[in-house]
Design a protein around this ligand. Structure first.
Ligand SMILES: [Zn+2]
Length: 471
């Protein structure tokens, strides 16, 4: 259904009225330059129009950014909850929607969808990510949807697939409590999950010019036991792949870890197991104490802050809190709304109002959080920076859109006025994937229709109807 990606052996020249130039120590906005891509690399940033190029994007008013990195997202599980858990709907007895809807229904959904249907959901998510301006994604997902890799391969995004490992694969809410079923027949086997991860690693790691890779992904502190965390961490460090997990994302998780592990907080639990380190991307951390944040900082952990999804439970997930603690912090979308520029705007608003300080979560810091901070988080100096020799991943924003005009400062305009509606072009590994705000690989409307049909099939399940009818 989807045509093969275009050949990478070509030159692309993009004119920017504004270019976030990474050649200086601190990325700076320069005016009226060409960014020239050759094959999979940035070849030059030049004031002169190149003599020849296979693809030329020449329109005034564009802002050329290093490819935006969205390193915490869930295409599948969040699609199941879309628009359900808003306005307090479906959140009962203070239970996180993680346990009432996301984990239970993503599990049942995978049991009933065919491989083609799962691929349809995966394609829909990747399209949304690209249209949201992301060139890179780290995507934790349940093992039952390996089609995430196929969709990433065919649609061209840079992809760290992060298939989950679980010790308790079926945590769910029951009578106002989270039940883990660790003794039930569906208890996951640590070794089996790690073996499944290893098989996917053998199949996918390094595919298509190393555009596709894996991250180690023990699901969360309350769903993975010490043996699994230790084994997963050891394997990831042996292979040099990033590790990602959910950390302190709900009050019930914190309580569970304290009661199980001698009063430890989730961050202390991971430190006890040797998981904390510069290769760990820890998602959310909103229920971390200040002491926990100091511990994460001491271990040089990256925090993935996803502010919008927490408004569902009226919980402040302020980027600025992690910034103030000195942590390398990125903004991700958590699958909730894959509009990365919009998420940066939310991060700014929430951080400033929560702290009473308008000088934190500034436009340069937030832009850095989805560019160079991302490259640093995954140990890749060739990502998240516009410099000659870097990967040819760029995100181009149309700053002439009526939503934005007029503006004095393009970088601040980007954060305060823009969102995904102004994403003009997305190029990954030298390939043009979004042009004029539309996907140019695959049939966008067909991909969306097929993805929605698969999700609606899950919504029709009796257990889904029961869960989704709860208010
Ligand atoms: Zn998540």
């Amino acid at each position: 259904m989807i045509d093969p990606l275009p050949n990478r052996q070509q030159t692309t020249a993009v004119f920017g009225s504004f270019v976030l130039d990474g050649r200086a120590e601190v990325p700076t906005v320069i005016r009226d330059h060409w960014v020239i891509l050759e094959g999979d690399k940035v070849a030059a940033i030049s004031p002169s129009r190149p003599k020849a190029a296979d693809v030329v994007l020449d329109k005034p008013g564009r802002f050329i950014l290093p490819g935006l990195m969205n390193l915490h997202n869930h295409c599948f599980s969040e699609a199941i909850a879309r628009s359900h858990a808003e306005d307090g709907n479906g959140v009962t007895a203070d239970q996180s929607v993680v346990y009432t809807v996301l984990l239970p229904l993503s599990k049942s959904g995978l049991d009933i969808l065919s491989s083609q249907e799962r691929l349809a959901v995966a394609r829909m998510g990747i399209v949304q990510l690209l249209l949201g301006g992301a060139t890179s994604v780290m995507e934790p997902f349940r093992n039952g949807i390996p089609e995430m890799f196929d969709a990433a391969l065919e649609l061209g995004i840079r992809f760290w697939g992060a298939p989950y490992l679980f010790s308790a694969s079926d945590p769910h809410a029951e009578n106002g409590k989270v039940v883990y079923n660790t003794q039930s027949s569906d208890r996951s086997d640590n070794a089996a999950d790690l073996a499944a991860w290893n098989t996917l690693y053998e199949t996918w790691q390094g595919r298509d010019n190393s555009r596709i890779g894996l991250a180690m992904s023990p699901h969360a502190t309350d769903t993975c036991d010490p043996d699994l965390f230790r084994a997963a961490t050891e394997r990831a460090r042996e292979l040099g792949v990033p590790i990602t997990t959910h950390l302190a994302q709900s009050a019930s998780e914190v309580e569970k870890i304290k009661s199980r592990w001698n009063g430890r907080t989730p961050a202390e639990y991971l430190d006890w197991l040797g998981v904390l380190g510069p290769d760990l991307l820890a998602a959310h951390c909103v229920f971390c104490t200040d002491e926990d944040l100091a511990l994460l900082r001491a271990r040089d952990v990256t925090v993935m802050s996803c502010p919008r999804v927490f408004t569902r439970i009226a919980k402040i997930a302020a980027f600025g809190r992690f910034e103030a603690a000195g942590l390398r912090t990125m903004v991700g979308t958590d699958g909730y709304n894959m509009d990365l520029l919009g998420e940066l705007n939310a991060a700014a608003i929430i951080s400033k109002t929560a702290s009473g300080n308008p000088k934190i979560a500034t436009a340069p810091v937030l832009l850095q959080s989805v560019t160079s901070a991302g490259g640093n988080a995954v140990g890749r100096s060739d990502l998240g920076r516009l410099v000659p020799g870097a990967k040819a991943d760029i995100t181009v924003v149309d700053m002439t859109h009526p939503h934005l005009l007029p503006y004095m400062d393009p970088m601040r305009a980007l954060i305060t006025l823009a969102n995904r509606a102004q994403i003009d072009s997305v190029i990954v590994d030298g390939r043009l994937l979004v042009s004029g705000g539309k996907i140019c690989v695959g049939d966008q409307s067909r991909i969306m229709a097929e993805g929605c049909a698969a999700i609606e099939k899950i919504w029709d399940l009796p257990e889904a109807r029961a869960a989704l009818s709860k208010t």
